[in-house]
Each structure stands twice: as C-alpha cells, then as structure tokens.
Design a protein around this ligand. Structure first.
Ligand code: SF4
Ligand code: SF4
Length: 344
C-alpha cells in the first residue's frame, strides 16, 4: 500500500494539484458526521485529498472591482479540474480493484436534512479531509489554507476502499493564521462570530475556529442576492442592497425575498448554475477566502482593495459598475420604483 499511496499522490500532482494528502478512518475518527467517509462508500478506508491553486494574479482585480469575470472563470475551471481529477483517480483505483467514490468539489448537499439542500450540508466535508491529511490548516475564518497558496485554493477529494498510508496534519508552526480578523471585516454578512469559537476533533486532535453564525448569511451575500456592507460604504460584486438581518431567524424570509428579486434582474455575463437557484448565479464574493494569504501586509492591502472600491450598481443591460457609495445611492434613487425593488 506504500507504493499505491505514492502513486495516487503522484497522480494528483501530475494533474496539477499543489498539495496532496491522505486521510484515513483513523485520522478522521471522532469528527462530525461530514467527516464520516462511509456515508458515501460503506467500505471506505481512506480519502485522497488535494488542492488546486487559484490564479493569484486575478484576485486583486476582482477585489478592487476592476475585473470580475477573469477570476470567476478561473474559479469555475479550478472546481471542474478538482472534480475531474477526483473522477479520474477514483476510476483508476476502482479499475485496480479498490471500489472508490469521487466527490464533487462543490455544490453537492445532503438531501436527508431538515431543509434538504438549503441547509448546505455537504455529503463529505472537504475541509475536514484537507486538515486531517495535512493538505491545509484551519484559519480563524473556518476556511482552510496551505502555507504557500493561502486560502486561495479549490479542494478536491475521493473516497476509496484502499487502505492507504495517512499523511500527517500540518503543525501549529506551519499554520500562518495570526488571528488578524481581516477575513471577518471583509465579510458583509457577518457570517463568522467575532467572539465565539467552535471546533472539531479529527483523529484525536482538536481544532478551533470562529463559530459560523448561520450558513444562510453567506448564502444571502455570496449567492449575489445582496452585497452592501452594513456601513453602506462598500459592497461585494452584487448590486443587491437588501438589508442583512442581525437575527439569524430572519434569514429564511430575507433569502426568499432576495432570490425572488434576483430573478427579475438582468443577467450578468458568465456565471454558473446551482441547484438552489432557478437562475444562473455569478461569483460576487469569496472575500474571506481571497483575502487570506500568508503575507499579512498583502492581507491588509487586499482588505483596503475591498473597502476602498465602492459599491456596485447594475445597468439595464446587466453590466456591473462600481461607483462611490454616494453615487450608488443617487443611482438607486433615480430608478423607477419597480426596478429599484429588484435591488433594495
Ligand atoms: S484572514 Fe487573518 S484571521 Fe482570517 S483566517 Fe486568514 S490569517 Fe486567520
Ligand atoms: S464568501 Fe463572502 S459572504 Fe460568504 S462568508 Fe465569505 S466573505 Fe462572508
């Protein structure tokens, strides 16, 4: 199995993965239900996890609201590459007599929860596989990052019945997260609790990160339905200006209203389809992930890019344009009431 372990690691490397690792039933033991790899494959013994790096050159123009489409394209292709590598490697192992299951890099949610896919509860958490296998480490945000690429990665993984040799988790010294909190201040939805932490145990090791207040917060903002920061001074790439409720209980109603309004807006170039929305979505946020790089000075620069680049408004042809917060208010006021209701 040592030889097979080396081969599967090489396989993912050859596909372009920047980090590859192995988690096993043992190194995932004690974890939450989404760390249970037998959920998708009852005979599972190991998981092969890997990361593809996003193109860092495309991130500052995205954060400065200069070029949205190039990063969106790179992000979608990186997800496709990660999912495709999972399928290829799962097939390879399967053909060698080890039944295997390819995980999708994104957009697969359990159907057996209270609200189904709306709960956004993944079949298997790629983050847990990444941490247990040493591919990445948790940051305070709850996102995971590598020591070199930061959180600008797309994870992929497959589950296999082969008993592979586990790789070690990253050490605390290798984890660059210094609690700078710039991930939190870059999030218009306040998804991360600034005070409370939560944690997981994986293979006997405990990990903590900020408590996620409600995934619906991220869904409301990252889905593109709204994007205005509560300060009113900056937004994500979303032209939506619906208020972000303070109370978690108000999110279902806010989300329903936002999604309905979103359907009436003109379409934006590019995008992708998601099972939670009838209409194509676009990448409008990801700030907490994209800001998090090993170099703290660069993190600060990226935070400034987000907060200094104003608010996005949408033209009748679907074009997204960043303008000052004052100009955004003027543009909204000049819209017919019916059009305005699509945004605020
Ligand atoms: S932005 Fe700062 S606090 Fe947040 S995860 Fe990255 S290093 Fe940690
Ligand atoms: S993707 Fe955007 S909305 Fe979602 S948690 Fe990160 S910063 Fe907040």
């Amino acid at each position: 199995m040592e030889d097979l372990t080396r081969r599967v690691i090489d396989y993912a490397r050859l596909e372009g993965a920047c980090k590859v690792g192995i988690a096993t039933l043992e190194t995932l033991s004690g974890g939450p239900p989404t760390a249970d790899i037998t959920y998708v494959l009852p005979e599972a013994r190991s998981a092969v996890c890997f990361a593809f790096a996003l193109d860092q050159a495309l991130i500052p123009p995205f954060l400065m609201k200069e070029d949205r489409r190039s990063h969106e394209r790179d992000n979608i292709r990186s997800n496709t590459l990660a999912s495709g590598t999972s399928i290829d490697l799962a097939r390879y192992l399967d053909q060698m007599g080890h039944p295997s299951y390819a995980l999708s890099a994104n957009n697969v949610y359990r159907k057996d929860t209270k609200r189904g896919a709306l709960d956004m509860y993944p079949d298997i958490s790629l983050r847990y596989l990444a941490v247990a296998s040493g591919v990445a480490a948790f940051g305070l945000s709850g996102n995971v990052h590598t020591s070199e690429q930061g959180a600008g990665i797309i994870l992929g993984a497959l589950i296999t019945s082969a008993e592979l040799t586990p790789t070690a988790p990253m050490t605390e010294e290798e984890n660059y997260c210094d609690g700078c909190r710039l991930c939190m201040t870059s999030c218009a939805s306040s998804m991360m609790d600034p005070k409370e932490e939560e944690g997981v145990t994986l293979g006997g090791r405990e990990y903590t990160y900020s408590k996620r207040r409600s995934y619906l917060r991220c869904e409301f903002v990252c889905g593109g339905f709204t994007g205005l920061h509560p300060s009113g001074k900056w937004s994500t790439w979303s032209p939506g200006r619906f208020e972000i409720p303070e109370d978690n209980k108000e999110f279902i109603a806010a989300l329903r209203h936002g999604m309905k309004a979103y359907e009436g807006r003109p379409s934006v170039e590019g995008g992708f389809f998601n099972p939670l929305s009838k209409k194509k979505l676009n990448l409008t946020c990801g700030n907490c992930q994209l800001i998090c790089v090993p170099d703290k000075e660069e993190r600060k620069r990226r935070h400034k890019m987000i907060t200094d680049s104003g608010c996005v408004v949408q033209g009748p042809d679907g074009t997204l344009e960043p303008v000052s917060s004052e100009e955004a208010v003027r543009r909204m006021a000049s819209m017919p009431a019916e059009t305005r209701a699509l945004y605020e």
